[in-house]
Design a protein around this ligand. Structure first.
Ligand code: MTE
Ligand code: MO
Length: 325
């Protein structure tokens, strides 16, 4: 039996989970679905946190990357697929689930461009086979003050990036989402400057926790969650994790993301989760975990780097995190 010793900054599950959820997890652990046996048991968590059962299955093994599996209880599939931000389909939380059925996820290619020795186009079928599919359970903290816990299927973004052999000029990576008015009704509105663009410093992009995601809850991604592939960057605010990506470009200069363009003082390039740096219009000290909205539900304290400080803190050593928000 493996005993997991939480890092000092990580509260014990018994401290952060409502009592009944905690007891449920104890039962699941006793049944062999917990972390001890899960490493050898593909999709163990998917059994504990079922998907919708309507989309193709996507199998994977429990990730061995440090910090890739948090102990928090996964958000229900129903909540994770009905309360979404995907402005290409509208600004209401319910709009993506209502409208994203018009998104065509096949055929799909991702262009790799810019400062690299091997630019090219990757077909989605090739991307699915590029590296072993892993299951990781990440916290997702939206800049708006709510959070979820999602079992993603995918692999480290670095697996793809290294194939392209970035040059020494590749200081940053820019990600572009699909923007097609015919498939995405929200793109007809001027709420953002389309296409949706995001960016990372190259060392952030190469960090093993930066994940290229193809599925969730043991199934392929629902359209509203960014099918057929998106990012999951668990230590950053949710908007950094671009959905339905069609282009990845290695660049020398810091990319300007869509949200920074829209409101530079509010959405900085780094956008690391940080309870000590408030958004200009609200505090970031606490969060509402989706699914815990009962009468007695308490807000949770937001964790530095969303609880991933032990893994990613070094990336920002010596940086003023208030200036580099
Ligand atoms: N292309 C694109 N990607 C996007 C967004 C978007 O509007 N368009 N919203 C972001 C925001 S604000 C969040 S919180 C997450 C939500 O991901 P989820 O719906 O899978 O929970 O997706 C991010 N990725
Ligand atoms: Mo968000």
């Amino acid at each position: 039996m493996l005993i997991r010793i939480p890092a000092p900054h990580q509260p014990l599950p018994s401290e952060i989970t409502p009592r009944d959820a905690y007891l449920n997890r104890r039962t699941a652990l006793a049944a062999g679905l917990g972390l001890g046996l899960a490493a050898a048991s593909p999709l163990a968590q998917a059994q504990a946190a079922p998907g919708g059962g309507k989309l193709p299955k996507l199998a994977g093994v429990r990730s061995a990357v440090a910090g890739a599996v948090v102990m928090d209880k996964p958000t229900s599939y129903a909540d994770a697929t009905s309360y979404n931000n995907f402005y290409e389909f509208g600004t209401d939380k319910s709009a993506p689930a209502e409208h994203a059925h018009t998104l065509k996820t096949r055929p799909w290619t991702v262009a790799i461009e810019g400062e690299c020795a091997k630019p090219g186009r990757f077909d989605i079928e090739a991307l699915l086979k590029l590296a072993p599919m892993e299951e990781r359970i990440y916290r997702l903290r939206c800049v708006e003050g709510w959070s979820m816990v999602i079992p993603w299927m995918g692999y480290s973004l670095a697996e793809l990036l290294k194939q392209a052999q970035p040059t020494s000029k590749a200081k940053y990576v820019e990600f572009t989402s699909l923007a097609d008015k015919a498939q995405m009704p929200g793109v007809r509105s001027g709420v953002l400057d389309w296409p949706y663009v995001e960016g990372l410093r190259i060392d952030e992009a190469m960090h093993p926790l930066a994940m290229l995601v193809f599925g969730m809850y043991g199934e392929v991604l629902p359209n509203q969650n960014g099918a057929p592939l998106r990012l999951a960057l668990p230590w950053k605010y949710g908007f950094k994790s671009a959905k339905s990506i069609v282009r990845i470009r290695f660049v020398e200069k810091e990319p300007v993301s869509s949200w920074t363009k829209a409101a530079q003082q509010e959405y900085g390039f780094y956008s690391n989760v940080n309870p000590n740096v408030p958004h200009p219009r609200w505090s970031q000290a606490t969060e509402r975990r989706i699914g815990e909205d009962g009468l007695f539900a308490k807000k949770r304290p937001t964790l530095m780097f969303n609880g991933y400080e032990a893994q990613v803190g070094q990336l920002y050593a010596g940086m003023d995190l208030k200036k580099n928000y």
